[in-house]
Design a binder for this molecule. Structure first.
Ligand code: 8YV
Length: 312
């Protein structure tokens, strides 16, 4: 006799790393969106969705699931979920904050140092043998620079803490001033004008869409650099490409893009750009912690009616 599963059936939206997928299947009876087609009875049974922050949940999907009670995403970002629509229908939305702060902050520092010191190009320079016939060009130091953090939330504060030992000045842009000694800006263009480095780590979504535009890039200036570990939507990518091509700024390091995976984009052709495949939280330790938190959100909610980390 098979033991009844302790939880109602869950719809899995998205492809998960194998180890995470295994954990999800060990805990829940999972179905995929294709399973819903032609099976109205299954649509009636689904009470939860588990997904990832780089997938979008359509309102129409929520409408197909009359008994849906919770949407749990693996990730801190939930800009792909119609949260207000879901909450109006009584659906709780949860994310996985904090467990990935360190991993994303580490990547931001790695991208920044790679960009300033041209580390990827230096690696290729030595491996190609070019060092036999010429010295590698001089680059620039992080120490002594002024860094503007766009979005001093949990990840932004972890980035700031990791920057301080590099003897930099810190300033930040956000909705509200925080009880800190660092300079606060409520205008991102003014922050860009007053800093050498902009690090974008704010949430994605309508409030930050194309926050970094041509005017901000002009303000950052010809020796300025941009790092984005937030969402591609925060930066106007076409205007960034124009700024890079026109040497309006000195360079950019990007982990996120308007379209992912990045396709045939001009960004791939610039020498003053460092690119990464949306890997901020992509470490074994971090992704397991994210999955555990998403699973705990679902299981805890079904047991007690309370989720651990519901979004605002
Ligand atoms: C992951 C992210 O890429 O947490 C987020 O919002 O963008 C990253 O951690 C995403 O969660 C997919 O797993």
């Amino acid at each position: 006799m098979t033991m009844p599963l302790p939880f109602p059936p869950i719809l899995k939206v998205g492809v998960f790393p194998e180890r995470i997928d295994q954990k999800l299947h060990q805990t829940f009876q999972l179905f995929e969106p294709g399973d819903l087609d032609g099976d109205p009875a299954l649509c009636e049974r689904i009470e939860g969705i588990v997904t990832r922050s780089n997938y979008r949940i359509a309102e129409a999907l929520i409408d197909r699931l009359p008994r849906l009670r919770i949407i749990a995403t693996n990730g801190v970002g939930y800009d792909g979920i119609p949260v207000e629509y879901a909450q109006k229908k009584g659906v709780v939305v949860t994310n996985t904050p904090d467990v990935l702060n360190e991993a994303v902050a580490e990547l931001a520092l790695g991208l920044l140092l790679s960009l300033l010191r041209h580390i990827p190009a230096a690696d290729a320079f030595v491996k190609s043998g070019a060092w036999q016939t010429a010295p590698f060009p001089l680059t620039t130091t992080l120490a002594g620079k002024r860094v503007g953090i766009v979005g001093l939330g949990r990840i932004g504060r972890e980035i700031a803490q990791r920057l301080l030992p590099f003897r930099v000045e810190i300033a930040y842009f956000g909705r509200t001033r925080q009880d800190l000694t660092w300079d606060f800006y409520d205008d991102v263009e003014k922050l860009a004008a007053d800093t050498d480095i902009l690090i974008v780590c704010c949430p994605g979504g309508p409030a930050t869409h194309h926050l970094i535009n041509a005017a901000v890039l002009r303000a950052l200036g010809p020796s300025g650099v941009l790092v984005n570990v937030a969402r591609g939507s925060v930066v106007d990518e076409a205007q960034l490409c124009a700024a890079l091509a026109g040497q309006v700024i000195a360079g950019a390091a990007l982990d996120v893009f308007n379209e992912e995976p990045l396709g045939d984009s001009p960004l791939r052709g610039f020498s003053n750009v460092v690119l990464a495949p949306h890997m901020g939280s992509a470490t074994n330790e971090t992704r397991l912690r994210m999955a555990d938190l998403a699973i705990d959100n679902l299981s805890g909610f079904f047991k007690t009616g309370q989720a651990l980390t519901p979004v605002g």
